[in-house]
Design a protein around this ligand. Sequence first.
Ligand code: PEP
Ligand code: MN
Length: 334
Amino acid sequence: MVAVIRPETSQERIDHLITWLKDKGLDVHISVGAFQVVLGLIGDTSQIDVDMLRSLDIVESVAQLSDPFKACNRKFHPEDSIIETLDSAIGGGHFAVIAGPCSVETKTQITFVAEEVKKAGATHLRGGAFKPRTSPYDFQGLGAEGLDLLLEAKKVTGLPIVTEIMDIRSLALFEHVDIIQVGARNTQNYDLLKELGKTGKPILLKRGLAGTIKELLMSAEYIMASGNEQIILCERGIRTYESTYTRNTLDISAVPVLKKLTHLPVVVDPSHATGKAELVASMAYASVAAGADGIMIEVHNDPSCALCDGPQSLTPVQFAPIVEKMHKIREAIK
Ligand code: PEP
Ligand code: MN
């Protein structure tokens, strides 16, 4: 249930109402916008006499919410959420360009790529240290050493870093990581999500390999229900019958759908969505035109020798003009 408070209501009266609602056993999600305060009520709202609530002079309107996702629902929080890390922000008009290799491989590699993507206009550096590979015989990432190298690249460039967690037991290693990624294979690992909900860290939550939009939002809800509201959603392509010419199928329509349903920022990863370097630019442009709050692109110093995802990785030289064009598209659709 959502209760919209009349403009210019005193804080004291709002607090009084909140206390009354909490005494009824409800969780109250408070969203303070530029023009109005919205109270999102989570729990057994059958305790509440809707007509009575509606009749209060400080209440402008009350609406029942049938969606199963509450805290991430735009009806609970009409304004865009903004996720801030160091000097960068995502959402609410702040556009993120997250770039870097699939995997951190060596100190020279990650530092070189970090400096190059920064020069090209990246706002965040990505790089996997713990890699969820389909085959146990493939490179699994450098683990803790990879995180250290990523942190060194952060020190050199000042870019906030994004990297994937696979096991909550490694959480302590992520202390200086700015945004923790939950990969497509873990989107519905609810125990992991609940634990990440207890951290104060921004989470980049990818859509599952065959996940619906509702399932993605319910996964975000798991993190939020545990207390962490700093989530960035990531569309990274879904499994369809096509797998010959593209690795996954990029669901561009997920961008406007998510932007309507939730206040959380939405970024798109055209690298995993297509699996092909030659398709990354056009899908990045399409995503920006569809209203994405950011793009995540795999960039490698030498894609042909990459230990992971070389065929979909761009060189820094290929990456730089794409950033420029994305900004032009953003201007054009303003
Ligand atoms: C990645 O970002 O490197 C990755 C493994 O992505 P996904 O979880 O989307 O496959
Ligand atoms: Mn990858």
